[in-house]
Write a protein of this length. Structure first.
Length: 177
């Protein structure tokens, strides 16, 4: 409790602006990624690393940093949200990631949950440079996932506004045993 505050407070006091942050606890493992803009700060990268070293010593976390130069977002970017749902088994993530790479579709964000034998994964995928038409890519993904008994849902528009979904299972006849 309070770990995120102990990380971000010293950065804020140094006038570092956290412009992107992702934090999660994966099976008890705390993970934290952030992009910090030092434009309004008096800190250079060396001084910022010193603050991070102090945070690391205080919290016991392993912290690393690197210089980041943001790239402007391409106006041609086309994202789709690929949602995979089914019974959890080894190889689903590798299979889907390899397939998207094969067709030059870039995974920009992935979130996976596998609990009690149920598998759900969201892949925010940039398809603007896909080597095949998007409709063909969707069919290829769907066919590939059907072979693994995984259902596939695609959201083409408003990918950052997740549509509300409800999943209903008939325990006696669904993939959940």
């Amino acid at each position: 409790v309070g770990l995120v505050g102990r990380i971000v407070a010293p950065i804020a006091r140094a006038r570092g602006n956290i412009v992107d942050l992702r934090q999660d606890v994966l099976h008890g493992l705390f993970t934290f990624h952030m992009v910090v803009d030092l434009t309004e700060s008096q800190l250079d990268h060396v001084a910022f690393k010193s603050i991070l070293a102090d945070i690391s010593e205080e919290t016991g976390l392993k912290i690393s940093s690197d210089t980041y130069v943001p790239a402007p977002r391409s106006p041609d970017k086309q994202n789709i949200l690929v949602i995979l749902i089914g019974k959890d088994k080894p190889g689903i993530i590798a299979n889907s990631a390899e397939m998207l790479g094969k067709y030059n579709a870039n995974i920009e964000f992935a979130q996976t949950i596998g609990r009690e034998g149920v598998f759900v994964m969201e892949l925010l995928t940039d398809v603007s440079h896909a080597s095949i038409p998007v409709e063909n890519l969707k069919r290829a993904i769907q066919k590939n996932m059907e072979a693994l008994n995984i259902k596939t849902i695609f959201q083409d528009e408003h990918v950052f506004i997740k549509r509300k979904r409800i999943l209903l299972f008939n325990i006696a006849s669904s993939f959940i045993t």
